[in-house]
Design a protein around this ligand. Structure first.
Ligand code: RIB
Ligand code: CA
Length: 309
């Protein structure tokens, strides 16, 4: 059983990741921590509790986190996720209780409560995780592992010509995680952009629970329109659910252990992640980067699990 903390910026694909988490008896969700990203942290928090209600998640602490990156300005992506952060989807207001402590301190508290057992899934800018490591560096050896949807290595950027959005929002936070000598797995656009949810996949969900189907339909319709208009892609890349699916089936991904860096210099390459695939620098590996994905197996897992909600 994986004990996990999900750090997230819901966000349409984040919402799909939370729905997938809710179907997963293999995973013990210990907390949802919310960060700035796809929209403001307040809207992300409102989305997180509404999605928790939709998914039937109860009695899990949901905590508000950072409202901006460690360094630099807030970069929201409302063209991608809409002004609410959930596309065209409309969910009922929620009275799900917000945790009394902030996100980074909840991360510290849970990692100390479960030494060596917590996997942190990061599917947004990793500001909260970085703040936890900065404020309480003693937790580094207590974290079992960290799995991120982050970066683009041999693929294009989606936030700049070269940078992936979560990293572009807060590259200094990713640098903090890289420097922390964690068991760090990075699932980049190189594999997530092969996982395109299409109208045909949506049609396979028609006999799901009505509110689930309607949410997925209304949120991904906006997301598909963004992918078509801005990236000339049919369908929408469901980046974040792949991180959850990887915990459910490690065979979905092939990983490469290597030395990675993130570019912190302002300019056209700001936030670019690079991997020394052939160890040309002779530096010790500091991450595992996903290089291959079994797309049909992932899409089948996602579709099948949505029917369990
Ligand atoms: O680049 C894709 C990532 O940025 C996803 O996590 C998406 O939700 C956005 O946060
Ligand atoms: Ca996200």
């Amino acid at each position: 059983m994986h004990k996990i903390i999900l750090d997230t910026d819901p966000g349409i694909d984040d919402a799909l990741a939370i729905l997938l988490l809710a179907t997963s008896s293999e995973i013990e969700l210990k907390a949802i921590t919310v960060t700035h990203g796809n929209t403001t942290v307040d809207k992300c928090l409102a989305n997180a509790i509404q999605i928790a209600d939709l998914a039937g998640i109860r009695n899990i602490p949901i905590a508000k986190g950072a409202n901006q990156p460690l360094i630099g300005k807030l970069q929201i992506a409302e063209e991608t996720h809409g002004d609410t952060g959930l596309g065209y989807a409309k969910l009922p207001p929620s009275n799900y209780p917000i945790h009394s402590n902030n996100a980074s301190q909840l991360i510290v508290e849970l990692v100390k409560k479960y030494p060596g057992e917590i996997t942190i899934l990061g599917i947004g800018p990793v500001t909260n995780i970085a703040l936890a490591l900065i404020s309480n560096p003693e937790i580094k050896p207590l974290i079992k592992d960290v799995v991120l949807m982050a970066g683009s290595f041999e693929y294009a950027g989606n936030a700049s010509p070269v940078a992936e959005y979560n990293v572009f929002c807060d590259p200094y936070a990713l640098q903090v995680l890289i420097n922390a000598n964690l068991d760090l797995t990075i699932i980049p656009l190189d594999v997530t952009y092969q996982c395109l949810f299409t109208k045909e996949h949506l049609a396979e969900l028609q006999n799901c629970k009505k509110d689930i189907y309607e949410f997925i339909s209304d949120s991904t319709r906006f997301y598909m329109e963004f992918h078509q208009e801005y990236q000339n892609i049919t369908g929408c890349a469901i980046n974040d659910p792949l991180v959850v699916a990887y915990l459910l089936n490690r065979e979905l991904l092939e990983l490469m252990e290597c030395y990675v860096e993130v570019n912190l210099h302002k300019g056209n390459f700001y936030g670019k992640t690079s991997a020394d695939r052939f160890s040309t620098l002779g530096l010790a590996p500091n991450a595992k980067v996903a290089t291959q994905v079994d797309v049909p197996a992932f899409m089948k897992l996602f579709i099948d699990r949505m029917h369990k909600l």
